[in-house]
Design a protein around this ligand. Structure first.
Ligand code: SF4
Length: 427
């Protein structure tokens, strides 16, 4: 599945047609409260939002919109429900995009009026359907097949737009139900060429909402579906939504922004207060823009192991700690100086645009690490167990290759297997 075929541009940000997946969020302030709204917009822009949406439920909000659009560092989308006059005024106020649900704006004539104004102004639109507000004639279908009902509602709106000869829009289908969100967006992506906005409505708190969104949106994005995303979280801090969106995009390798932090899960071999150290590193890394990978290993028993690709990392043992970079020791430091020392090395890298290493300190660090590794050579750490499992799987694959070379009929039909595409082992 490829990204949408069509591309639209929202205030200079391309959406769809293979453009990078755009991150958006929505302010949680009363839009007409200009100082509060502008402060939040600046915060979300700093956190990496490409677009911001503001609710426009009242006259006072649409009056504030012109100033917001003028002062915002990122394009502004006006979110309108039920009132087509507000949509017209939002377009007049210069909104970079207007989001509306054609089903609740007062009938096709009013939609046509908004579309005519949008066309004249060159304003793109987002048309969306929500599982909670499908048109009446689809209620029966919704009970029988909620996914088909959502997709039908969306495609009916698309047809209405096409009849009005307006194609400057993106489409969203939103549901509180993760499987329905996945299934309906997959189906919609097959049926229409327009860019898709993804989101899970009312996803929940920072914790549960982030997880639901990661599963729902991550699944679709991994399939190449979705051109812009919003993570809906029950928090007044809209920048948290932006951070989650970025983590999802970074995890899928779809976009890069700022450092990537990796950390071991910890176990009984832990040698320092990882909870505090990881949280502090994460907080301090927010100030950096380079996509550096930073690893935190709770002990040096395994050496640098799986973190050897990290641009920078720390590990510790016996009140001491090691700063390492790309598989090489940089220097040994007292454990209570680990975090500060790590950032000294990162800052040197950012300034010099290369890892700066001192030969003497590096060989002292390497010796320290080798001694710790030798001392603990017999320890079955999670990393060593994983390495052993991987080696066993390789052996098994080699055995299988041998069997299949000897006897083609013994090959496993991955397609027919109930665990096709997954790792599994046989005794
Ligand atoms: S053995 Fe692995 S999981 Fe346990 S503390 Fe050390 S690095 Fe972390």
């Amino acid at each position: 599945m490829m990204a949408s075929q069509r591309q639209i541009t929202v205030g200079g940000v391309p959406i769809g047609g293979g453009a990078p997946v755009a991150v958006q969020t929505m302010t949680k302030t009363e839009t007409a409260n200009l100082p509060a709204t502008m402060e939040q917009i600046h915060r979300v822009a700093e956190a990496g939002a490409d677009l911001v949406r503001v609710a426009v439920p009242r006259e006072s909000d649409v009056e504030a919109l012109r100033t917001i659009v003028g002062e915002s560092p990122i394009p502004v989308i006006a979110d309108i429900h039920f009132n087509h006059t507000l949509a017209l005024k939002a377009i007049d106020a210069g909104a970079h995009c207007v989001r509306l649900n054609p089903g609740n704006i007062g009938g096709p004539d009013k939609v046509a009026e908004v579309v005519a104004r949008a066309r004249a102004a060159g304003t793109p639109m987002r048309i969306g359907v929500n599982s909670g507000s499908l048109p009446k004639h689809l209620h029966e279908l919704e009970r029988a097949d909620p996914v088909e009902a959502l997709v039908t509602a969306a495609t009916e709106f698309v047809t209405l737009m096409e009849r009005l000869e307006f194609e400057d829009f993106k489409v969203s289908i939103k549901s509180t139900n993760v499987p329905n969100t996945i299934a309906s967006n997959r189906m919609l992506a097959e049926r229409i060429p327009y860019p898709l906005h993804l989101g899970i409505t009312e996803a929940g708190t920072k914790w549960s909402g982030s997880l639901k969104s990661s599963v729902g949106l991550g699944t679709l994005l991994a399939d190449g579906i979705g051109d812009t995303i919003r993570i809906s979280l029950s928090t007044f801090h809209a920048e948290e939504e932006v951070k989650v969106a970025w983590e999802i995009l970074k995890a899928l390798g779809l976009r890069q922004r700022g450092p990537v932090l990796i950390a071991c899960p910890t176990c009984g071999r832990l040698q320092f207060d990882m909870d505090r150290v990881v949280a502090e590193i994460e907080r301090r890394l927010e100030a950096y823009e380079d996509p550096i990978e930073v690893a935190v290993l709770g002990c040096a028993v395994n050496g640098i192991g799986e973190a050897s690709h990290a641009d920078f990392g720390i590990t510790g043992a016996k009140n001491e700690g090691l700063i390492f970079s790309r598989g090489q020791a940089l220097r040994k430091v007292p454990q209570d100086e680990l975090v500060d020392a790590l950032f000294v090395e990162i800052d040197k890298y950012v300034k010099a645009r290369r890892v700066v290493s001192d030969e003497g300190a590096a060989s002292e660090g390497a010796e320290w690490l080798a001694a710790i590794e030798a001392e603990n050579a017999g320890e079955l750490t999670p990393e060593r167990l994983a390495a052993m499992e991987a080696a066993a799987a390789d052996d098994e694959r080699a055995d299988l290759d041998l069997v299949s070379a000897l006897e083609p009929a013994a090959q496993i039909d991955e397609e027919a297997s109930p665990v096709a595409g997954r790792r599994f082992s046989r005794s």
